[in-house]
Design a protein around this ligand. Structure first.
Ligand code: BTN
Length: 266
């Protein structure tokens, strides 16, 4: 078992990014890296910062799900970033992060897809996930904790806990190169930092066409779960805020990730 190594992680960052990062922390085991990042960095204004863990006991997924996080097999990372100028585009940030995660996975020769808003899938199986949690500061700035989990080599024993189809980089990669978790974590950290540095000025516009290239929902029927209701619609893409566009009974409707979850119909 090879542990994560900061020297290798930092070798993937440019010098500006190395200087920019105020704190970095790697724990053997935590409840959730998102929780640690919010509590230890946002509270003390140590931002930007990153928290990594070899294992999580209460890894958080979207919609209250548990993110299975066994020891030293995968990547569990939370980056904290402060956005100062309001954030109309914050809802779409999680889609943009999905794009950068998908780009990294694609580099291992994997045919990767995105399912709205930010499920990272390979052949319909989840290989990575993004969970952004945010806090508004008294001065109006927003601290966003960008949590990313990537299944690198899950191991069958731990996978029995996962309640959805899943895969990992080790199973799916088509390149010969050995997987190095520190290298992958470094690439991920660097890409998230680049994204956040530009996001306040540039917003989601640059990422929208890239997101659509990975999209598996457009042109297909989706099942929509909203409160206790289930209904169907035809997906026709996303708008400039990252909302999902669906046609239900001939009428176009916008869906927001905080309100609904969707499944692609078989
Ligand atoms: C999803 O359900 O798709 C989102 C999963 C996000 C998991 C990551 S692992 C690192 C960070 N810490 C957490 O507790 N969750 C996120």
């Amino acid at each position: 078992m090879i542990l994560l190594n900061w020297q290798k992680i930092f070798s993937q960052l440019n010098s500006e990014q190395c200087n920019q990062l105020k704190r970095h922390r790697l724990d053997a085991e935590v409840g959730s890296t998102n929780e640690i990042a919010m509590e230890s960095f946002s509270k003390n204004d140590d931002i930007p910062a990153v928290c990594l863990a070899e294992a999580q006991t209460s890894g958080r997924g979207r919609n209250g799900r548990h993110w299975v996080s066994p020891q030293s097999q995968n990547i569990y990372m939370s980056v904290v970033w402060r956005f100062n100028n309001g954030m109309d585009t914050l809802p779409a940030l999680s889609l943009a992060v999905g794009v950068v995660v998908a780009d990294i996975i694609k580099n291992y020769g994997i045919d990767v897809d995105l399912k709205w808003p930010n499920d990272v899938l390979v052949k319909g199986k989840k290989i990575a996930g993004v969970l952004i949690e945010s806090r508004i500061k008294p001065n109006g700035s927003i601290d966003a904790v960008i949590g990313v989990g990537v299944n690198v080599a899950m191991g069958v024993k731990d996978s029995v806990m996962i309640d959805q189809p899943w895969s990992d980089l080790d199973t799916e990669k088509t390149i010969k190169e050995e997987l190095d978790r520190s290298q992958i974590a470094g690439k991920l950290l660097s890409a998230i930092m680049s994204l956040c540095s530009n996001y306040e000025q540039k917003g989601f516009d640059e990422y929208r066409p890239r997101w659509l290239e990975y999209d598996i929902c457009s042109g297909r029927e989706v099942q929509i779960l909203e409160n206790d209701m289930t209904y169907y619609g035809d997906c026709v893409g996303i708008d400039e805020t990252g909302a999902l566009k669906v046609v239900v009974d001939g009428v176009e409707k916008l869906l927001y990730a905080a309100d609904v979850s969707v499944r692609v119909s078989a």
